[in-house]
Design a protein around this ligand. Structure first.
Ligand code: FES
Length: 502
């Protein structure tokens, strides 16, 4: 599954994996947009920076985003004011607006060719019952001093009842941007190691040791910028965050496209933006979000997106299909800052909730300022040390129930599927003797058998028939049908079975 963005850049094939013990000022784990942006700022400031990446540069979450750079994160400001108060909501708005400005300035200063375009962003409703929430959001944003407008028209071929419009937002090709920042960081002395799996961080006197590929990076500071904070303890991020999967297609509509970035305020949450592809303007359509590991509402999410595309543009051609996975904190605000009180110079940025383009820049600035010992007025708002389950007790309870089911009860229940009933190009869990076995049959009937137990904390996995993956309902780790780990917090592959042994 390749995204449009992955196809538009060449992989960094000249980077090696970590093969010796080294020392640095700062060790960054993860070379997605947060890790690379942090490396860019730090190398510019003259810090000796080392980045450890499990795969290659920005091949995970950043490669599968929609690439919208906006401070409008759904109908979010009325929620923020109600939950945290107006001062907090204002800081959130201003920090994200500042992030847009920062990104645009970097692109201009460094002359980065990444298809940057200033665009208006719209959150719209198609139903009269959705209008009060739109109106409430407009009042909320305006009460914070933010600029937004109400509109009832779009230039897309669908009718809306109303929308909140934020002007002067932006879109770009996120991989062209991150690759350019990576190269600028390398030019300034940062060292990037790929195919390097960090598996632990320990305090070492006043310093820290990061363990990866049987080697050690010793540094004064560490930034955990991986897709998911990979250490179980301390931090307990798995108890205050969940993951969400959504699906995207890219189409050539065979028609001239209007401008603007759009997202619907109610289900199904369709998202639209245009992008450049081989000199042509194409359209990305996203939607059908679900909690990772939970049953997929639309069994054929890509098919449902294609139907929507064909409804709008009957002659369109489907160019790409991909899915994306995002971490969401319990209170919907990212965790940025110290990883835990016991690791004060280890920093983390996570829980960007699908809005990682602006929020990764907010996070990089907060963390870099902490390392430089410079005050950052937004640092307290995003503190990663908070743990207030009552801000979203319903979701916390869901997580606990889901974990208990997946860790204990579902493992004891007999599997409903049997081997013969699993069709080609599909999968499921069957029972063989007392063991649960995860089966996938490819389109030719070849069988892949895995132990369907997550290597993070042992939850029973679910089969995702849309992407042909094994997904964990507890904290959202994912594996391909061969058992290869795709997404954290687990980083080990699944055990595989030889069915002849049964
Ligand atoms: Fe935690 Fe699977 S991701 S148990």
């Amino acid at each position: 599954m390749d995204s449009l963005w992955l196809d538009s850049v060449n992989k960094f094939d000249n980077l090696s994996s970590l093969n010796e013990d080294i020392e640095a000022d700062i060790c960054i784990v993860g070379a997605g947009i947060l890790g690379v942006t942090s490396a860019y700022y730090l190398s510019k400031l003259g810090y000796k920076t080392v980045v450890l990446e499990k795969d290659n540069i920005a091949t995970k979450t950043t490669a599968f985003t929609t690439g919208k750079i906006t401070s409008q994160h759904g109908l979010f400001y009325s929620y923020l004011i109600k939950t945290f108060g107006a001062n907090f909501a204002k800081d959130y708005l201003n920090s994200n607006e500042k992030a847009i400005e920062n990104i645009v300035n970097i692109i201009e200063d460094e002359k980065i060719n990444c298809d940057l375009e200033l665009q208006n962003n719209y959150v719209y409703t198609m139903s009269a019952s959705g209008l009060p929430a739109i109106e409430e959001e407009i009042s909320a944003v305006q009460s914070l001093g933010g600029a937004c407008e109400f509109t009832t028209t779009t230039s897309f071929p669908f009718k809306i009842k109303g929308a909140v419009c934020f002007k002067n937002q932006a879109q770009f090709n996120p991989l062209k941007y991150v690759h350019a920042l990576c190269q600028k960081s390398i030019d300034r002395g940062a060292i990037f190691y790929v195919n390097t799996v960090a598996n632990n961080i320990e305090k070492y006197g006043e310093l820290y040791q990061t363990f990866a590929n049987n080697h050690i990076v010793t540094s004064k500071y560490v930034i955990v910028a991986s897709h998911y904070p990979f250490m179980k303890l301390p931090g307990l991020y798995f108890s205050k965050m969940y993951q969400s999967t959504s699906y995207i297609i890219a189409i050539d509509p065979k028609k001239t496209l209007p401008s603007g970035m759009y997202i619907c305020s109610e289900k199904p949450y369709f998202s639209f933006r245009t992008a450049m592809f081989n000199g042509k303007r194409i359209l990305l359509i996203g939607g059908f979000e679900h909690k990772t590991g939970q049953p997929v509402f639309y069994k054929d999410s890509y098919g449902a997106l294609e139907n929507e595309a064909k409804r709008l543009y009957p002659d369109c051609e489907i160019l790409y299909k991909w899915s994306t996975e995002d971490c969401i904190s319990l209170d919907k605000v990212p965790y940025i800052g110290s990883y835990s009180p016991s690791l004060p110079n280890v920093f983390v940025g996570t829980g960007f909730k699908k809005w990682g383009m602006s929020l990764s820049n907010v996070a990089a600035n907060i963390i870099v300022d902490a390392i430089r010992n410079v005050d950052n007025k937004y640092a307290g708002d995003y503190s990663s040390l908070r743990f207030d389950v009552f801000k979203n007790f319903k979701e916390f309870k869901n997580m606990m129930v889901q974990s208990a089911n997946s860790l204990i009860f579902n493992k004891l229940k007999p599997s409903e599927k049997d081997f013969e009933r699993i069709k080609n190009n599909s999968g499921g869990i069957i029972q063989i003797n007392k063991d649960k076995v995860g089966i996938y049959k490819d389109s030719n009937g070849k069988v892949f058998a895995v132990k369907p137990v997550c290597t993070h904390l042992g939850c029973l996995l679910s089969w995702n028939d849309v992407d042909k993956t094994w997904d964990c309902p507890c904290h959202g780790s994912r594996y391909d049908f061969t058992g290869k780990n795709l997404y954290n917090p687990a980083f080990n592959d699944l055990e595989t079975y030889d069915l002849n042994e049964y």
